[in-house]
Design a protein around this ligand. Sequence first.
Ligand code: C2E
Ligand code: MG
Length: 259
Amino acid sequence: MTKQDLEVAISEKQIRLVYQPKIECATGALTGFEALARWDHPELGLVMPDLFIPLAEQSGLIDAITDQVAGQALRWYGDTPAVQGLTLSINLSEKSLGNMELADRLKAKCAEAGISEGCVILEIAEQSAMDDQLLTLDMFAGLRMLGFRVSIDHFGLRETSTPLLARLPFSEIKIDKSIALADSRSFESQEYIKSKVDLGHRLGLSVVTEGVEDRETLEFLKKIGCDIAQGYYIACPMSGDLVTDWMYGRDEARMRRLL
Ligand code: C2E
Ligand code: MG
């Protein structure tokens, strides 16, 4: 894949989105969806973001991708009555840190789609957020002033100091999926997750654990007071047109106590 391929992908709108639900651990209630990018490549088929987001970042095309992703996600949200009031999470690249024009464009897209910024959570990886703290502080403060919520994604892969975390105006941490996936039943893994959940709560933040692939992990998260869970056990990412049916099917199963 080359920069030219990616330019074609952008101009021909080959980037599409899937949405993965997030639920409240304590009650099982749906809290929102995360938009995840896929590249529908005409010859290669479906290309996953871990393969093309780094290429977009290196070739200076990431802002164009973020614009398309945010535009699509916000339009979908605005056009889908069933998801109103839930949150919509959008991933931002580390290359967008400091780009307040992007933040203003996101605000304009919210207005176009008739969506309150308070429903939108912008996720930025912990690694990049901590590497340039001044830029991060500026950007996070700007996004918060525009009304967005900000989340630290891929949390727990490095040791960030608590005072530093306390200084940053974000509202959620997302414990990286590799941590729950490693061995969620081992004592070490459970203690690690618990320490991150406790840290988040001490800072007054909502804590999401992703990579929840089985009932035991969800039960454990519930027991230790983790706020939100995301993972294949709850649902795999799905295309936007399947979300409403999925929600009704889930409500029905919950009413019949099947979930
Ligand atoms: P992420 O933001 O941490 O997103 C969660 C990833 O974990 C998704 O992978 C999702 O499909 C996967 N996942 C969710 N639940 C489970 C589970 O139970 N088990 C396992 N094994 N995996 C699970 P995906 O879609 O391949 O995305 C990978 C990463 O690519 C994302 O990680 C995010 O950092 C990045 N990404 C995705 N879409 C975008 C985008 O629009 N813009 C930017 N800048 N980055 C994006
Ligand atoms: Mg994310």
